[in-house]
Design a protein around this ligand. Sequence first.
Ligand code: MN
Length: 191
Amino acid sequence: MHYVQPDLPYDEAALEPAISAKTVHFHYGVHEKAYIDNLNKLIEGTTFADEDLEEIIRTADGAILNNAAQAWNHIFYFFSLNPDGGGEPDGELRKAIDRDFGSFEKFKEDFVDAGVRLFGSGWVWLSKDQDGHLLITQEPNAGNPMRHGLTPILCFDVWEHAYYLDYQNRRADALRALWQLVDWDMVCTRY
Ligand code: MN
């Protein structure tokens, strides 16, 4: 199988001012593409060549795992954002957020806080377990909650490449700005 990077459903400049066109260009067009290109080279001739991406993430190790997870994580992240996003979730996901975090405001605070406290590169995730309970987890580097049997709902990228051009060292500001872009209609379908 040869993995192809999906086109984003919005222009590179569409997420401004929260995320600049330059960041979308380098982050998705260069960094994310490199993970997919690397993965395609690494799996050639291996037992992973015909696996789907999620199966590779669950079962691979080393460079194949890292590139597969980074390929998947970035697609999940960029497709969670939308220039018409923002606002608040509703339906079953909203009920679960209120139940497990107390309120939507408290959830946002805890989520950003987990992203800020993650030392170095990685991702902050909202996932559900097999009983539908929500959890916020930190994953270093290419980490993905599917490795722990969880179902990912939302992620924010806290690698410096995600925000350095626009925010330099201000990770908390970069993460808080993402709330105005989260496409809750789409994210709610993952719960
Ligand atoms: Mn990234």
